[in-house]
Design a protein around this ligand. Sequence first.
Ligand SMILES: [Zn+2]
Length: 197
Amino acid sequence: MAKSTQSEEEVASEYRNLVGVDHLMWLDPMTILMKLRHGHRIRGFDFKTVRPGGIAPALAKWDFGAKLILIDEETFAAANRAEGRARFTIFHEVVHALGGHRGEFNRLQSRSEIPPYAKKLRALESRTDKITAAFMAPRRLICDGWSAREVAFFFGMSAESARIRLEEIRGRTRHPKRPLPNSVAQLLLDLKKGSDA
Ligand SMILES: [Zn+2]
């Protein structure tokens, strides 16, 4: 697959290695935030929790200038009790930080809250979401027969994120539709004739 930029999967894998968590299936947001705080991957990096609603309407935020991730206390608590959406929100900010994305990025309840004219921002947010999903659930750790329920369970994702993640992976590796073998096509034709009669 020739692409001018690195695929989301490649970027995610690079970030997992950078943070030193590539051997883990279940990622813990708190551990990763602490590793970033005490490591040297992002100079001056820190994170802070803010009182509920303190950065509303955002749930979390990456501030490039301050090298700071701000997290609403409610989201932080939810992530610590393993809620998939809250976990995703924090990892999404971590991906902004690791990507060195310049500016201030507010994580809203839904991407539909980003105005349609902000096309570049929408594209960056969409790519960041895809990298985040691959960061949490790398393709190589997803078993073939798994359903979205298993992906959600093993990687701590919401049911919706797990479903989207599986569609991403299986959609891309799915083989092109093969034509029906002649015998089957003939049988269908015969059946159709029969029903017409
Ligand atoms: Zn974002």
